[in-house]
Design a protein around this ligand. Sequence first.
Ligand SMILES: [Zn+2]
Length: 308
Amino acid sequence: MAFVIDAHTHWRRDPGFVSVRFISRNRTGRVDKEELFAREAVQARYFDQDGSKMIKMMTDTGVDMAQTCPVDYGLALGEADMTISDINACYPDLMKRWPGKFIYYAGVDPRRENAKLLFEKSLTEWGAQGLKLMPAAGFFPQDEICHPLYDLAMEYDVPIIFHTGPNPLMRSRPGHPLYYDDLANDYPDLKIIMGHVAGEWWRDAASVMRGKRNVYCELAGWQRRFYGNEEQFFKDLGELRDAVGADHIMYGTDAPAIGDMPLKGFRDALVNLPEAAGKYNVKFTAEEAAAIVGENFANMHGIAIPGK
Ligand SMILES: [Zn+2]
């Protein structure tokens, strides 16, 4: 039985976690009826008081553990009702309620005055095992303002996951793989995860990862590609594996953000990669499948896989 870890999810306790403009998906910044309706409409899916929706998703999908994190959109999309520090401080409760199910990464915009303090507190007091950064909010990964966070991540030996690829809500340019080449060059010992494998820019991401071996990727959003054109998905995944190695690719979904899509078919296809991709003459071994769906993430965090 494969041990499956989703390397990219977002637990959001309640609407206090996010700015109205994030929820409503429009840029006006006005709280009008339409926005409030949008807020209610997405509520059922996005908000999850005690984590039980996330657990149900994991159970239904066949996922054993999930990395989950807040994202600090405040400086780009308007502040949430809660401070980013108070939001981060909610994660220990989630982990206590569901032991062994969640790996929490801190989330903070490096431009905030308290960013370094917050990240350090998340590591020492709240059980964080990594950091999520959203450069699309208006900074670049190689910016000096990020360096104190990188230094901490290396001191505590934890990875940083970045949103990479185009971003419909904010700036796309800071998500281009070339900037992560700069970052990996400046920080060759920092563990860098390119979230979404940079989306449509995945071939550029692959070129960076091939040369800079401290850069990894996870597949969040690729469920769209899988359900859209299965054959193309497996061919692309095979090409990605040929370029970077199966040990640099991790399963991820961004749930529940891309939650209109069933995740089980996507998860099953990756768990059963040799057969599923074999249909299209793309060859994967069972070892590569196990690495992608869970072992790579587990190894990065020293998580023991049951029965291994
Ligand atoms: Zn995400």
